[in-house]
Design a protein around this ligand. Sequence first.
Ligand SMILES: *Cc1c(COP(=O)(O)O)cnc(C)c1O
Length: 361
Amino acid sequence: MKRSWNFYAGPATLPLPALERAKAEIPDWEGTGMSVMETSHRSKEYDVVHFGAMKLLGDLLGLDDDHQVLFLQGGASLQFAMVPFNFIPKGGSADYVNTGTWSAKALKEAKIIASGREAATGEPTSFTAIPPFASWDLDPAAAYVHITSNNTIRGTQYHSFPDVGSTPLVADMSSDFLWRPFDANRFSLIYAGAQKNIGPSGVTIVIISKSWLARANQGLPTMLAYKTHADKDSLYNTPPTFAIYMVRNVLDWVVEQGGLAAMEARNRAKGDRLYDVIAAHPDFYRCPVEPASRSYMNVVWRLPTEELEKKFVAEALAAGMCGLKGHRSVGGCRASIYNAMPLEGVEFLADFMTRFAAANR
Ligand SMILES: *Cc1c(COP(=O)(O)O)cnc(C)c1O
């Protein structure tokens, strides 16, 4: 077996022990004579996985009694619509901080459903920095403030979270959920598609404040109301059982590695290694992102020409590294180095970058 060094932005690399465990358990899972994919979502065996994954998440994040974990479908993209649908009251509006593609999509949905305002935007600096909190124009009457904690395409990330007073804070954490310890209880709602940092595609993690949920809009279609899923512990209808099982395997792995503090130490070492190699070749590599906003999950950089960028991606692929092409909307190169990417993979890439610069300058 030969594993690729996988730098795709999502779906993305998963921890090998989580995959090996699935491989071993697929034909006969815990003596049931079947895989988790084949069992009823009402079985007691599945309950162990479902509630086990919820508990692991709650424990890793130190969730208080007001916060509940949900497993939904439809990706982060459905959350763009569910959040305003459930939480912007009639005649109300919500504030959005635009830090690039995904937050713009979230705002677009709010405007379709109710009303959304752009309270701040990174557009004047071409989304190369998180707009400073002091510059945000917040509406005290906003139903909530929505942020995108890590901007997968632009390679920017919040390194602290804003104080928005008594306005509920909502975050799309799809591409950096669990990258380090943070105070999840400060948020009224967090959502994250699993396929970047915590599992395969097919399940979306939502963490919701129960007291906020109690004030949600009524009379929504059943499947689009958070209350439906909260009341039934995400078992109202058939959940994506295999994806949730894989998330459970990944969470067990996170715990074995030493939890979120260990994730942060690994992730900082990996990101620093790549930013250092970029800085060491200022005439060849250039990171467009301002230092204070650089992401530890998606590192983006440019080469002197687009031809060299193409050559870089092709030679890297031949050397065993996939997924290094930047998002089609921005070009350049991007290494997605989520929790499951070992430091060894990043060292391999950094050494390749050093050699490539020497051979092509
Ligand atoms: C990938 C991504 C999304 C879209 O997720 P889907 O699960 O494909 O809908 C949304 N927000 C961010 C920050 C992302 O990185």
